[in-house]
Design a protein around this ligand. Structure first.
Ligand code: HEC
Ligand code: HEC
Ligand code: HEC
Ligand code: HEC
Ligand code: HEC
Length: 307
């Protein structure tokens, strides 16, 4: 495998220099000098204004991402530090992302940490050469940035579909999958990946079906019961959507069997059972109340009896 060209080798700055000797004649010479990164430290606006000149695409990609949009939530300094010393090496390692994306128990991070990729990285990362670009299988397994910032892609949003997991937007899924496939193909065979992606979408469709079943049930019950009566079931439904459906998605996204098969699908089955249980209980209480009313003096049944 050819060793990838580093940024410094690839790029040079053409400098037009005009030398004057004794003020008698001028020589125009055209020499190529490797652009060297100046010593820091810098604040974020300095990083941007200097890099905008020669890395315009990179800065634009960052601005298009959730990290750099409107009010930046992750700026250059957050990932690279405030100087050039070890700037890329620091940014490539998981700790940089995890600092912001929650600790190891936070589902986004934990779903990755419990995957085969995450386990191998954890065991071997100290021996890896982190000066290598995140491409061409320079690492044995991918960390956060290998997948989300492959080949220096600074738009992390390009690898993530929209946030409404109940909505199926095939165009959006396709563009995210194309970006993802380019990453996985560094190490896995295309046919294996196609099968994996298909299985993933199927699994997500099944999870969505469970959430929809719960929603339909609640809507049906709403015709006979108050919001207050349906509170427990509605809370369970909310958890289905915001926690357990997301776990299935993260299990597929980060290839974590635990999130697919433990925190995901079975948790959704449990939610659905609990919602059905809460509704049966409501029905039981209501019919018991009605019976009681019917038997108590002054009740409908009483009047009927005296007729
Ligand atoms: C005055 C101009 C200037 C400023 C300010 C500046 N840089 Fe750079 N930076 C460069 C040049 C020149 C290079 C080397 C050529 C290249 O890689 O584009 C470079 C290289 C880099 C690299 C690649 C290093 C590598 O090992 O591949 C990173 C990352 C980087 N800069 C981040 C930053 C960050 C973050 C800041 C702000 C804290 C910053 N730069 C501020 C000019 C600047
Ligand atoms: C300074 C904090 C910070 C750092 C550092 C950071 N992120 Fe983020 N990231 C955020 C915030 C805030 C969001 C948006 C809200 C959320 O999803 O939590 C976000 C969103 C994302 C998204 C979702 C994009 C979308 O469109 O929904 C991805 C993927 C991501 N980050 C990956 C990374 C990776 C990979 C790294 C490390 C190289 C990293 N982040 C480092 C704060 C950070
Ligand atoms: C979410 C973390 C994150 C943020 C924010 C971020 N970078 Fe990076 N950056 C990285 C990672 C990771 C790499 C290494 C990519 C690789 O090895 O392919 C990198 C690489 C670079 C490089 C080297 C480019 C290359 O392809 O080798 C430059 C230059 C750079 N970043 C500048 C910036 C500037 C300027 C900003 C602010 C506008 C910025 N970065 C914001 C994570 C980040
Ligand atoms: C093997 C590649 C890979 C690795 C490694 C990886 N991700 Fe992801 N990540 C994905 C894919 C694929 C998706 C889902 C894309 C889609 O279909 O929306 C995703 C989704 C996400 C999301 C959006 C969902 C959410 O929770 O908001 C975030 C944020 C995220 N990853 C952050 C991280 C962080 C942080 C790490 C490291 C702890 C990491 N990823 C490691 C591939 C990866
Ligand atoms: C840098 C190389 C690399 C990249 C990139 C990569 N993987 Fe992997 N992947 C590995 C290695 C190594 C293993 C562990 C193989 C083994 O020992 O079973 C693995 C394991 C897996 C497994 C578990 C297989 C099993 O038998 O348990 C799945 C699923 C997987 N990868 C999917 C993906 C997907 C999807 C992507 C892209 C989002 C991806 N990988 C990107 C190297 C990579």
């Amino acid at each position: 495998m050819p060793k990838p060209v580093t940024r410094d080798e690839e790029r040079g700055t053409r400098i037009l220099c005009i030398a004057s000797v004794w003020g008698l004649f001028l020589t125009a010479c055209n020499i190529t000098v490797a652009a060297t990164a100046p010593d820091g430290s810098f604040d974020n606006s300095s990083c941007i204004s200097c890099h905008e000149k020669h890395d315009n695409e990179l800065v634009r990609a960052w601005r298009a991402s959730v990290h750099g949009k409107d009010k930046p939530v992750a700026d250059c300094v957050a990932c690279h530090g405030d100087s050039h010393k070890g700037a890329a090496v620091k940014a490539r390692q998981d700790e940089t992302c995890i600092d912001c994306h929650g600790d190891v128990r936070e589902p986004t991070v934990h779903s990755y940490a419990s995957s085969k990729h995450g386990l191998i990285l954890k065991l071997e990362k100290k021996e890896w050469d982190w000066t290598q670009p995140l491409a061409q299988a320079n690492y044995r397994t991918p960390g956060c940035a290998y997948c989300h910032m492959h080949s220096g892609e600074h738009n992390v949003s390009a690898t993530v579909r929209g946030t409404d997991l109940l909505r199926e937007n095939s165009k959006e899924i396709k563009s995210v999958q194309d970006a993802t496939r380019r990453v996985c193909q560094d190490c896995h065979a295309p046919r294996y990946l196609s099968r994996l992606f298909e299985n993933g979408e199927r699994m997500l469709a099944i999870a969505r079906m469970k959430v929809r079943e719960a929603k339909d049930l609640l809507l049906q019950m709403r015709e006979q019961y108050t919001l207050e009566e349906l509170d427990a079931a509605a809370k369970q439904y909310e958890k289905m959507q915001s926690v357990h459906l997301k776990n299935v998605y993260l299990g597929i996204a980060h290839q974590s069997p635990d999130y697919q098969w433990w925190y995901g699908q079975p948790a959704l089955d449990g939610d659905l059972l609990r919602i059905k249980g809460a509704i049966s209980e409501l029905i039981r209480i209501k019919s018991a109340n009605e019976k009681q009313k019917a038997c108590s003096p002054g009740g409908v049944g009483d009047k009927e009896k005296t007729k």
